[in-house]
Structures are given as structure tokens and as C-alpha cells.
Design a protein around this ligand. Structure first.
Ligand code: ADP
Ligand code: MG
Length: 388
């Protein structure tokens, strides 16, 4: 037949796409060019035949191909994203163009195949990045909103605090004054309570208000501090232990929820390091948060420790969580790399943290055993005043 023509075979071998000639009656492939043998990893000689069905990776692919082949009134086939087999056990997603041709009185199906796996991977990655950007943007807006709320809460909370303080002082004087009156009946009823009861209860109630408002104040000022934009001149000598304690106080609720074994091992009298306090707080919050999220249950432990090794200050966050398999370890610092898509992961935590740590002249190291846990260690040069 015409396909036995060596010149034609050579021309088709030069083609960019994989080409097969099939007999549509029995799906036997009577011709395959060199790119086809490469694409499907066929260990065949030019003259060998094979059944095209062996390339259809599953019944769905087979059904799609046959439907396209038999569609009435058409003698061409166009299929997008059809998964085919790459021998022995891989798969390749192909775009297929086919045409029925009559050669020497026999009908053949001339098909070209293009590998679109890479294009699909790129499209999927682009969609994921787009979704992550939208999410990251939402997080930034939430941060701005949180600091706005912090400001709004601050004012009324300050009235509560100062008014309650004043009422407490007045009550104190009033109670003493009344109690000292010789003809005052201590069983006099005040708002349903006897004076005697009120005398012990009211200071407690007022103390509750003052203490509660004080706590709100502390949270609000932390929120404002955390969302304050960074100023270059804030670079200062900072205590790593204080940074750790701040991060822990920010995550207090999350820590209580995720583990019963949270331990701080902070070495006393550590030298300071030079840097931006808020940035380092952000790093510690990211790392502790990741550690908590990796825990299987509340029995698993998280330890945050600091220590000095010669002129280096070491901070490490250790968890007994799921660990990071070797194959993922090189990717965790990539922007938008996350395995927590379902739980609102942004994949920005480690990327940002890594940037901050290196900007501080520090190093970051991951040590992880899948199934047993992860330790993230950071090393910063100690700040020596006498050098200045
Ligand atoms: N302590 C840890 N234990 C297990 N996996 C971790 C840990 N820290 C980070 N990872 C992995 O690194 C990925 C990237 O972390 P990160 O940049 O903080 O983004 P996110 O937490 O939003 O996913 C996580 O999705 C997770 O797969
Ligand atoms: Mg994270």
C-alpha cells in the first residue's frame, strides 16, 4: 500500500505530531510515525501493527472515541483532552484530529495526536493562583477591617473603664458613710439586695467590669500594633523571648483548642537581635500556627524554644504533627504552595516568613519526619552593642 512508500514514511516521521493510520473496521493501527512511538512509548518496529484499543486508557475514553468515530454525516473527528495510555503504565492527555480517507479502495482513519498534558497543568495552576490571590486579597482586607474595628472598640471601652472606676470609688465612700450612720438599718433593701449583701457584692461586680474592660483594652492594643504598617526606623534591638511571648498571646485561643501540651522553653538572659519586632512576631505566629494545624489531636505536643549557641540566637518551633514528606519539602517556601486549600490556606505564611528571616540575616531550616513531626529552626546573629 501507499504507506509502504519509504519517502512518505520519512515525511510523516518528520511531522511534529504523532500520527496513526487506523482501520476503522477493527481499530487496528497499520501505521505509526516516529513521534507516535515516542509519545505512547511503543516498543514497535515500523511495520508492526497493534490494536488502537490498547491505547484507550479506560471505558470512558473508548466510548468517547467510538462516538466521535461513528458520528453520522461527518468524516472527521475532533476530540479534546482524551486520556490515552503511555506504555507501560502512564497516561497522556491528547488532543486528537482525525479524518476518514479512502486509499486504494479501502477506508482508513488518519489521526494526529498532540500532547496537551502540560497545557492543562498550566491552566489548572493558573486557576489555583488566581483563586489564591483573591483569597490573599480578602485576608488583607480582613486585616484592615480588624484594625478599624479595634479603633472603634477603643473609645467606648475607655468610657466603660473610667466610668466603672469612678462608680467603684463612689460606692466605696458611700458604703462607708452609710455603714457608719448609727441609725442606719443594714437590712435596708437596695435593688433587691440587703445593704449587707450589696456591700460585699457590688465591689466584686464593679471589679468584674473593670477587669473585663482592661482585657478588651489589651486585645485592642495588640490588634492595632499587629496591623500597624511597618516603618523602617522601627529597626531596633529586640528580645526574641518577648517576640515569642507576644506571638503565643496572640494565638492563645487557638493553642488551647488544638493541644493540651504546649510548652515554652525560653533561655533566660538571651542577648537581643537586631530587627523589626512586628515582622518577627508575624514569623512566629505563622510557624506556631502551622505547627498547631499539623497536629492530629490535642494529645500531640508543640514546643517553642529559644537558646544561645555562641553568637547565634536559635528559635525553634517543634510539633508532633503529620510531618512533611520529602517530596513536598522543597516546595513549602514557594508562594501559594499550600496543602490546606480546603481550610483557607494561602500558602503565603512560609514564603513571607522566609523572606523576613533572610532579611534579618538569619537562616531557616526544616527538619521533618513524616508521621512524627516537624521542627522549624531559625538562627539569627546576636546583636552586640560593643561593636557599634
Ligand atoms: N509544621 C508543619 N507540619 C506539616 N506541614 C507543614 C508545617 N508547616 C508548613 N507545612 C506545609 O507547608 C505548606 C505551606 O505552609 P504556609 O506557607 O504556612 O501556607 P499555609 O499554612 O497557608 O498552607 C502547608 O500547606 C503545609 O503543607
Ligand atoms: Mg501557614
Amino acid at each position: 500500500m501507499i504507506l509502504n512508500n519509504p519517502l512518505l514514511a520519512e515525511i510523516l516521521d518528520q511531522h511534529y505530531d504523532a500520527i496513526l493510520f487506523l482501520d476503522p473496521a477493527n481499530m487496528v493501527c497499520v501505521y505509526h510515525n516516529q513521534p507516535a512511538r515516542v509519545l505512547f512509548n511503543l516498543d514497535l518496529k515500523q511495520e508492526d501493527r497493534f490494536s488502537f484499543k490498547d491505547l484507550l486508557s479506560d471505558s470512558i475514553s473508548e466510548q468517547r472515541f467510538i462516538t466521535a468515530l461513528n458520528s453520522k454525516g461527518r468524516n472527521d473527528i475532533l476530540l479534546d483532552r482524551l486520556p490515552l495510555k503511555r506504555f507501560p503504565d502512564q497516561s497522556v492527555i491528547c488532543g486528537i484530529k482525525g479524518k476518514r480517507l479512502t486509499l486504494e479502495g479501502h477506508e482508513w482513519l488518519f489521526c494526529t495526536f498532540r500532547d496537551v498534558s502540560e497545557r492543562i497543568r498550566m491552566e489548572e495552576r493558573e486557576q489555583a493562583i488566581q483563586a489564591q490571590l483573591i483569597h490573599a486579597n480578602k485576608m488583607t482586607s480582613l486585616g484592615t477591617m480588624a484594625s478599624g474595628i479595634a479603633h472603634e472598640i477603643n473609645n467606648p471601652n475607655n468610657y466603660i473603664l473610667s466610668n466603672a472606676q469612678m462608680v467603684a470609688d463612689v460606692w466605696d465612700d458611700l458604703a462607708t458613710l452609710l455603714g457608719d450612720q448609727p441609725d442606719f438599718d443594714p437590712d435596708t433593701i437596695l435593688g433587691g439586695l440587703s445593704f449587707c449583701e450589696a456591700r460585699t457584692l457590688i465591689p466584686k461586680l464593679l471589679y468584674g467590669i473593670i477587669e473585663g474592660a482592661g482585657r478588651i483594652n489589651a486585645i485592642v492594643s495588640r490588634m492595632k500594633q499587629y496591623s500597624r504598617p511597618l516603618q523602617q526606623e522601627n529597626k531596633d534591638s529586640i528580645s526574641v523571648n518577648r517576640v515569642v511571648q507576644f506571638a503565643v498571646s496572640m494565638l492563645e485561643r487557638e493553642i488551647k483548642k488544638r493541644t493540651e501540651h504546649f510548652e515554652l522553653k525560653l533561655e533566660k538572659d538571651l542577648p537581643d537581635i537586631m530587627g523589626y519586632e512586628e515582622q518577627l512576631e508575624q514569623v512566629l505566629i505563622n510557624l506556631i500556627h502551622n505547627a498547631l494545624q499539623a497536629l492530629p489531636d490535642t494529645n500531640a505536643k508543640v514546643t517553642v524554644s529559644t537558646r544561645r549557641v555562641n553568637d547565634i540566637i536559635e528559635v525553634s518551633v517543634s510539633d508532633e504533627g503529620e510531618g512533611i514528606p520529602e517530596s513536598r519539602r522543597s516546595r513549602i517556601f514557594e508562594p501559594f504552595y499550600t496543602t490546606k486549600q480546603q481550610n483557607g490556606g494561602t500558602g503565603l505564611g512560609l514564603y513571607i516568613s522566609y523572606g523576613i528571616v533572610t532579611e534579618h540575616g538569619g537562616q531557616m531550616e526544616v527538619d521533618s519526619q513524616p508521621g512524627r513531626g516537624t521542627t522549624m529552626t531559625m538562627r539569627f546573629p546576636a546583636y552586640k552593642e560593643d561593636k557599634e
